[in-house]
Design a protein around this ligand. Structure first.
Ligand code: 3PG
Length: 307
């Protein structure tokens, strides 16, 4: 059996060594394809792979068609919008993610981004404090819950909305206000931290109306996915409301225009770095390897996302 780790954005060496050790102990081979420049390289590398570990790498129907032996693909991370689940299912390939393994890293970045914007992107001048401000968490999953906890520790007033978390006890337990609707959340958030996945329902769902409903001086923080933003609506909102700010960890399609038009009210990281910590690399990478071994040896499908 051969496990291929195909990561355009490489894991730390500690993580790849750990994955290789897990494979070796199971009696499997492990191959590494990092920083590849074309889909052809990926297609060639998966040709003899039984299992595949990826990060945000796109596992398309074309890639799957090039992997005749593939039995399992694990997205070492949370969001699996980069996997063609229908193509996996059609071939009987199990697709998994590693939920929670990199959440803390992303949550820390979300908090850092709020402070960075509150302090004028660390340039001279009077900034503000996030303590005492209202923090809205859009989607209360693994990352959202940690951001809520850190926000509270920093003295923020925290509210959240998640269409799939409807039990008020979940929010009460964490001392978080449950917003009645997404509109109510945006209306009352000085900082809005996005944690929704990119799905057909959420794509382009954050735009002009929600943004312009936010309070004076509000900041939208996106450590989720670029696809959930309606970029034309965002640009219109930022142009009309010169007090609004947007910071993102996922390079927008229109980054150059946003940067030119809105200066310090906009910031993007050049390459998604939310999960780029040594700890998150090890947690997610090793979890993926362990899930593969548990599946291939014992048929464990606990984190399967294409059931
Ligand atoms: C995730 O969904 O887990 C994050 O977006 C991290 O993505 P990455 O592995 O490409 O850094």
């Amino acid at each position: 059996m051969k496990i291929l780790v195909a990561t355009e954005k490489p894991f730390s060496r500690q993580a790849t060594d750990g994955i290789a050790a897990i494979a070796r102990e199971a009696g499997y081979d492990c191959a590494l394809l990092e920083k590849y420049a074309s889909v052809d390289e990926l297609k060639a590398a998966v040709a003899d792979a039984d299992a595949l570990i990826v990060r945000s790498d796109k596992v398309t129907a074309e890639v799957i068609a090039s992997a005749p032996k593939l039995k399992i693909v694990v997205r070492a991370g949370a969001g699996y919008d980069n996997l063609d689940l229908a193509a996996c299912t059609a071939r009987g390939i199990v697709a998994m993610n590693t939920p929670g393994q990199n959440s803390n890293a992303v949550a820390e970045l979300a908090i850092a981004m709020m402070i960075f914007m509150a302090r004028n992107q660390f340039t001279p001048g009077t900034g503000s404090e996030i303590s005492g401000k209202r923090l809205g968490i859009h989607a209360y999953g693994n990352v959202g819950r940690i951001v809520a906890r850190y926000g509270k520790a920093l003295g923020m007033e925290v509210a959240a909305y998640d269409p799939f978390v409807t039990d008020p006890a979940v929010f009460e337990r964490d001392g978080v206000k449950m917003a009645a609707s997404v509109e109510e959340l945006y209306r009352n958030s000085d900082y809005l931290s996005l944690h929704i996945p990119a799905t057909p329902e959420t794509k382009g769902s954050i735009g002009y109306d929600l943004l312009t409903s936010m309070p004076q001086g509000a900041t939208l923080v996106n450590t989720a996915r670029k696809e959930v933003i309606d970029e034309a609506g965002l640009a219109r909102a930022l142009a009309e409301r010169t007090d609004l700010k947007y910071i993102t960890d996922i390079l927008p399609d229109t980054a150059a225009q946003l940067s030119e038009q809105f200066g310090k009210r906009f910031f993007t990281t050049p390459k998604k770095m939310g999960a780029e910590t040594a700890e998150a690399n090890v947690n997610a990478g090793l979890a993926a390897a362990r899930q593969i071994v548990a599946f291939l040896k014992e048929g464990v499908t606990k984190f399967q996302v294409n059931k």
